[in-house]
Design a protein around this ligand. Structure first.
Ligand code: ZN
Length: 98
């Protein structure tokens, strides 16, 4: 990443530009992996939230070109979809019995 103030090349995880002293990382961070793991955990319970987190995670992953983030968030979207379909099947089968 680069300092938005002076354009200096910055190392990953740096919070402050060594050249001009501007704080850079507070709202400019790659959360794709964290969002992806979060989405997978949520996907087991709540598919719509898993999709929501997964899509945000994917945009982060593509923005920062994070391969691990892409994989994790695609898995999250897949699990969210599977769980949603699973609930649909459960609901439809119990509905037909009642
Ligand atoms: Zn700078």
């Amino acid at each position: 990443m680069y300092c938005f103030n002076c354009g200096e090349r910055l190392d990953e995880g740096v919070t402050r530009c060594p050249k001009c002293g501007t704080y850079v990382s507070s709202n400019n961070k790659d959360y794709s992996v964290i969002l992806g793991v979060f989405a997978i955990l949520l996907g087991i319970l709540l598919a719509p939230i898993a999709w929501f987190c997964g899509f945000i995670g994917l945009t982060h992953a593509y923005k920062y070109n994070n391969t691990l983030g892409k994989i994790i968030n695609y898995i999250a979207l897949f699990i969210g979809t599977m769980v949603f379909l699973f609930y649909i099947i459960i609901l439809s089968s119990t509905g037909s019995c009642a």
